[in-house]
Design a protein around this ligand. Structure first.
Ligand code: SAH
Length: 242
């Protein structure tokens, strides 16, 4: 009897994977994943069978993983957390009687947040600017309501060639509700090779430095910079007045 683990491998560097993710990868006979992500965990793979699918689409990759897991122990990997814009949802939607377990990982916003300081200390949300699955009008609506609700906003898939203007347009929407001086952290390749960290403001954000390997974290109305770190206060100081 086989089993399928849906594993979030974290942001990239193997030391940022959970112990459980390490263990299930070690136990697996077959590893399924997008070619680039397989590279991140190469040192852990030894001579395991690898089903890397550069050209294949997500649905085919998930179907292949489910099929292989009928009589083998299989891992299908996502970067970050498999349940956040990863493979967990599709696997559970497609599964029939296969045994599936989701193994969580450190998502990009947590990885980038740790490098920037503590920007996610208060209510925050993730919004993907990719319109492959979500109409752009709905993306803009969510950005606007998150800005209005004063959430710290992590923008995943912030910019690609096909939609290079979306980030600018979304930042302009957020500026209707938030001061131009609001801190913004841009982290490219967080906790993996090629890491770059930029701390800017809503007014000074230059979208040309942002690409698909980056995440953009926009502070709320209380977020500030101290000693080069971005901090969203939890509000402890206010408690003393109660
Ligand atoms: N499942 C992943 C997200 C996949 S969507 C997770 O939980 O992190 C892909 C987007 O995630 C990228 O376009 C980028 O915005 C973000 N991302 C993933 N890894 C990243 C990293 N190491 N540094 C910065 N952004 C990253």
């Amino acid at each position: 009897m086989g089993k399928l683990y849906v594993v979030g491998i974290g942001p990239g560097g193997v030391e940022h994977m959970t112990v459980k993710a390490h263990r299930v990868i070690a136990e697996s006979e077959i590893i399924v994943g997008y070619t680039k992500y397989i590279e991140f965990i190469k040192p852990l793979l030894g001579d395991k069978e690898i089903y890397s699918t550069g050209m294949m689409g997500e649905v085919e990759r998930c179907e292949a993983a489910l099929r292989l897991s009928k009589d083998k122990i299989v891992c299908i990997i996502s970067t970050g957390d498999a349940g956040i814009y990863g493979m967990a949802g599709l696997i559970l939607e497609l599964k029939k009687d296969e045994e599936v377990e989701v193994v969580p990982g450190v998502t990009a916003s947590s990885a980038a947040g740790s490098l920037l300081g503590a920007p996610l200390m208060h209510d925050n949300c993730n919004i993907s600017l990719s319109d492959l699955m979500t109409p752009y009008d709905l993306i803009k609506k969510r950005v606007e309501l998150a800005a209005q609700g004063d959430f710290v906003i992590s923008l995943y898939n912030p910019r690609s060639k096909g939609r290079s203007n979306y980030l600018r347009e979304c930042v302009d929407i957020i500026r209707m509700y938030r001061a131009g001086s609001t801190p913004v952290g841009i982290v490219k390749n967080a906790l993996r090779e090629g890491e770059e960290i930029n701390l800017v403001t809503l007014n000074s954000l230059n979208e040309n430095i942002v690409d698909m390997f980056s995440i953009v974290i926009i502070g709320n109305s209380k977020t500030f910079i101290k000693d080069g770190k971005m901090i969203t206060p939890r509000g402890y100081e206010n408690k003393t007045t109660y």
